[in-house]
Ligand binder design. Sequence first.
Ligand SMILES: NC(=O)c1ccc[n+]([C@@H]2O[C@H](COP(=O)([O-])OP(=O)(O)OC[C@H]3O[C@@H](n4cnc5c(N)ncnc54)[C@H](O)[C@@H]3O)[C@@H](O)[C@H]2O)c1
Length: 286
Amino acid sequence: MQIEKICVVGAGNMGHQIALCAALAGYKVKCTDVNPEILQKAEQFAETYLPERVTKGKLSEEAARSARANVSFTIDLKEAAGDADLVIEAVLEKLDLKREIFARLDKMCPPVAILTTNSSYIVSSRLADITQRPGKVCNMHFFNPVLVMKLVEVLKGPHTAVETVEAVMEVARRMGKIPVLLQKEIYGFLVNRILSALRREALYLYDMGIASFEDIDAAVVHGLGYPMGPFRLMDLTGIDLSYYISMERYQETGDPAYKPSPIVVEKFVKGEWGRKTGKGFYDYDD
Ligand SMILES: NC(=O)c1ccc[n+]([C@@H]2O[C@H](COP(=O)([O-])OP(=O)(O)OC[C@H]3O[C@@H](n4cnc5c(N)ncnc54)[C@H](O)[C@@H]3O)[C@@H](O)[C@H]2O)c1
């Protein structure tokens, strides 16, 4: 199907950049959020980001003007989604909220519209059943920061039609992304599964007293060629987040492999959550 109009629901960390990325690719984009301040911030971001790219010589003035004209912001979900060909939902990671939004979108959107979720962990089969169009529902998972990161994970649920994933992969390509297709749904998708396996092993080695976290990071950077070691990355994404994700998974599965490691629990309790608190595994003076 021909996709021209995209609606992005949720203008937070991910949504505002997904909207801009789609606008830069020539799609007509409507971005919506329940919070007017977030929506205003998203619009301000577009106002400053595009001219900055022009100044840096990364974007022509014409392309910046056209991208700005392609994206609009509204608090009204019906106005944003009513004529969309594709919806990308990027609201908080809460199943009940996403289900409620999918039910509303299903009633508001044209019957041919595709509904996707940018969720990091919730597979679309947990959302598709609330709609009358399960064949047109799938995951479209972008990476942070969206304007920089190339990868998009597209997940085909058991309910998803082949044409739906093909159309979504094509949109990702037109946005300059590299889409990868997961033929089946799986918790954590590709990247987060591989990352958590690496993180689990790094934490195990540290907790066993085999090496310092600095040396484990150095081994991963200089031995595997990764841009950043797992401890520095945890500081960046937030040790609190690592704790919550492990805890939730542990409670869900009962599998001790997911139990937060002692050092993560210690840092979590002390409030040493990484960059955002000024201290995590490393110290951040700034
Ligand atoms: N932050 C990341 O690094 C990252 C990366 C990949 C995927 N994700 C996924 O993207 C989604 C959004 O994450 P985020 O980090 O952008 O969160 P965020 O908290 O920055 O933004 C979520 C936005 O949703 C809005 N919202 C809440 N209820 C709404 C409603 N009923 N209608 C419209 N908007 C509503 C909030 O006001 C908020 O602005 C989550 O599912 C998350 O798992 C996040």
